[in-house]
Design a protein around this ligand. Sequence first.
Ligand code: SF4
Length: 691
Amino acid sequence: MHWRQPEIKRTKTVCTYCGVGCSFEMWTRDRHILKVQPVVDAPANGISTCIKGKFAWDFVNSEQRLTMPLIRENGRFREAGWDEALDLVARRLIETRDKYGPDSLGFIGSSKASNEEAYLTQKIARLIVGTNNVDNSSRYCQNPATKGLFRTVGYGGDAGSIEDIEKAEVVVIVGSNTAENHPVIASRIKAAQKLRGQKVIVVDPRKHEMAERADLYLRPNASTDLIWASALSRYMFEHGYADQAFLDEWVNKVDEYRKSLEPFTLEFAEQKTGLSRQELIEAAEMIGQAKSVSLLWAMGITQHSHGSDTSTALSNLLVVTGNYGKPGTGGYPMRGHNNVQGASDFGCLRNMYPGYEKVSEDSARERWAKGWGVPKEQLSDKVGEGNFLMVQAAAEDRLKAMYIIGEETAFSDADSGNVHSAFTDLDFLVVQDIFLSRTAEFADVVLPGTPSVEKEGSFVNTERRIQRFYEVLPPLGDSRPDWRILTDLAARMGHNWGYTHPSQIMEECARISPMFAGVTYERLAGWKSLQWPVKADGSDSPLLYTDGFPNEDGKANLHPLEWQEPEEAPDDEYPLSMDNGRMLEHFQATNQTGRGPRIWEEAPGWFVEVSPELAAEYGIEEGTWVKLTSRRDSIEVRALITDRISGHTLFLPIHQGKPGVNALTGEHHDPDVDTPAYKETAVRLEVLPRE
Ligand code: SF4
């Protein structure tokens, strides 16, 4: 008998890693992922991908995948059927709500799950439980940037497209290791620099790859970015680079803002930032003379105790120079997870419904109540707690139950020791994930969801681009698509929504939310995509602010600011400043990139980067074990000596370690948005005697 090999199947999918949103074909035979094939039609990446998108898929068929629900019994997990697990979860959530009130529960949606799944997460929290305690991991990363954009220009997303970044005469990259964290965008900048003469300014304490390639590299002291940005704004007014016509027509509070810049002289900036007058003037002249400037920023700005203010200062500088609403201009907070933008857009935020409508506004509450067929009074108008404060509330026994989807909160939240004891104290914790993550280890019930390649749905990338992904493989074992788990759970809680396909969830959201009015699965079919806001006729918005700003009077606002000292800075006891961030090869807690040999061989170990000066001062050699101690805890790690950093600053990748870097980080946070100040951690270092 002749044996025929099964056909090779090609399916379009969207990368599950960073916010660039690369899409490509995945070639499979049975469950084997044969290769990832980029295609020219892919809107964000064309024929490019990075190592993760191309090779980091071993996790999909990992033997460590969860394939059955787990229930904790007598301190150990046992496998359970779906009916038993979902009945238990529904019962415990309802009991907790009825006994302690709706705000005794908290929901953390996944920044890796789909838009439709984010929508259902917040719908369960708001409509069934009655709380706005719902959030996603943007709380840990770009919420301060969103705050800065809301304060100034009005939309919580990138001002234009990746194409605009490419078109800009000058690109400014601040606190973003773009080459490792958003590699395909970095490639497009490198090409524009080489082929079109685009000028690149990089501002960062760490001399990463884009800093090496920059036309101008500035290395300011930590936590002083608001100062140089404001000093540059002042320079623009004083040297005729402020765009007066734009300010007159489109901007409020110009005089008030200009007055607030009085303290930000070049002398003050020199003294505080450590940058020279010449460096500051060179940056100001490059930005002031350019016809178009795009400014990218990331965690190096936002994960500080005043990250919202610094984000606002960067956006102020763009407003002053008229760099919004024209091709090649705008502010671009680089989104980290594949769908951290979408998780916020589709409502996993403590204060906003999908489409950024405030829960505290009557008209928004009325719209959503009507859309969901309930009286307005059934929806809470009280702003909820974000991730970080939910954990604090659990530690203080105010929060009794949590439902966490695909987030590694036990590893990624600041001061992880405190997080672990808060989770231990919870009455009931549900974790929905594809692996028994460090967070799942604390759960009472674990529900096995699926990765994106085992379901359909849509993601939003960093440029607000909504893209569909298709089912490449069937769910492994008895795992289930997350939208289906949430739909089944809602039914057990008395709300039979009856969704049988994610397109129906998107249809519902588009019917209620003006921002997504014209989004349909047909308009997103294949390689097609839409950038929000999308009007009912299907026209979308690759470049924002071309005909005004979404504030009441249609104008942008300049927002006066004062610089404030960081909450935690080096002192005699903890004399070093610890920076931290991602590596190209890995992603977050390595739950995906760490499951197979291909990526692990590229980046197997964990290390702390130490400057040559510090190595000489402490007698550290390459590979020496060192102990780092903060006010919270200690970790031990090998040293890597490199001039990527300087002086008394250290850099630690966030991916590895037991405990990891967040054993050291603290509870101090940005009071505007409650984002932990991960980048403001003072430590001391001891050299360990062992090999
Ligand atoms: Fe995936 Fe980002 Fe790499 Fe593209 S650049 S392949 S989206 S990780």
